[in-house]
Design a protein around this ligand. Sequence first.
Ligand code: NOJ
Length: 547
Amino acid sequence: MTQDTLTAPAGDLAGDGTRWWRDAVIYQVYVRSFADSDGDGVGDLPGIRSRLPHLAGLGVDALWLTPFYVSPMADFGYDVADYRDVDPLFGTLDDARGLIADAHAHGLRIIVDVVPNHTSDRHAWFQAALAAAPGSPERARYIFRDGRGPDGAEPPNDWESVFGGPAWTRLPDGQWYLHLFAPEQPDLNWENPEVHAEFADVLRFWLDLGVDGFRVDVAHGMAKAPGLPDVGHADQVEMLGTAVLPYFDQDHVHDIHREWRRLLDSYAGERIAVAEAWAPTPERLAAYTRPDELHQAFNFHYLTASWEAPAMRRVIEESLRTAGEVGAPATWVLSNHDVKRHVTRYGGGDRGLRRARAAALLTLALPGSSYVYQGEELGLPEVLDLPEEFQQDPQRLRGDGAGRDGCRVPLPWEGEEPPFGFGAGGGSWLPIPTGWRDLTVAAQRDDPRSMLNLYAEALRIRRAHPALGDGSLRWLDGPAGTLVFVRESAGDGARGRVACAVNLGGRAVRVPAYGTRLLASGPVRGDGDHVELPPDTALWWDVEEDG
Ligand code: NOJ
């Protein structure tokens, strides 16, 4: 395999009309944990730059970079103090320019995060709001209210923060401000035209610098229900993504996305936006990707589905149906920096790894676009036993094992000892388990059966085969516990078909050999006409005509 060789760009990076995003495989770089160039134990932009040949060789189409803007890091960059500059921890604006240019030269597009629901409490606007009086224009950029109760000592409503506790903090002057996340992340008031103008300018700043799009943080939260009504229910975090809450997924949030789409469309080169939106149903999620709104929305219903054929099939069908109804591609995602890594979610150990390998082939065979979270291509598990003193994620304060540090442990690149080439120094901001010496990029590169090579091969085939990527699928009958489907090229281009079978059950099954084997996620045996598919295994075939 060719980890270090360049691949041809997926599309015409400069041109319009490629609709590249409809089937792009986008690799999520959690900047803090990807590669550290200056030895301070924290990943940075020059670190990413130095690893671009590896990413291009892996065969992804684009990178999504998590926030690298000026931030006090109360939520590791999702608390932005200056949207137009790079935090010194991660580099400089020139490093960002260089990274964008180098990525493009490698055929990789760049998507950056934008965090519009809230700023940092150190942002100049919030500092001005603190210094100003209740009712002032400075406070009107955020959501300040008087409290309830005789002396206003009760929060204005019963909303809870996603990180635990009330979503309101009181100031010495008696007013309260809203923060759906940490107190250091005050929510902006999107009823205020000044907020719209400011973010339009921020988007333009990065578009002018050459980025190919944005991942929109909390895209479902920017608009709140008029009057800020009570939820009427405690433990609201348990309702996330399943219930309608007055602070998420409000109908009028879509007006903002329409405005942003117009702005994106005013730029050449198919600049895109992907919504981080937790919506109660696939229909409501698809609404974020209507033709005049954002291009993609992460499919968290797929991410949270259990490893069972009926559950997976249901979510795949619903996702394809609802995305299809609005003419958008489905956007598949298995892991990110906010959830337990799927090797562990699927059972951990050998079984979790086997399932994650099968899930990779399932996901990359589905119609639409896919995201790959850094480290899933190495089969990294969640680190469950991080010593207390290293745990830093504000969400851990919620209890219920909700801390996200375990999926953010830095990438192991090479060598026998931590930090495994992650940084020029001897450390990393979260310790890397010594047991990851067999999971480093270098250790996997020359092993044809490694997870890294499974991803690289799947991505190579996906790019070359006309049946994979955008389009539709046709289900085939398969034994209980399996998902079997065929993909067919559409349009006037090259013809071809790929069949994919996944055994999500606990027993080996016999399935017909649908064609010439392209790739398997684990060992399979065949007798010519049939294949024995072990549990938690997936297989791709190239199907000849009439197959
Ligand atoms: C979603 C981000 O992915 C997460 O990391 C962050 O804590 C919240 N939004 C708040 O910005």
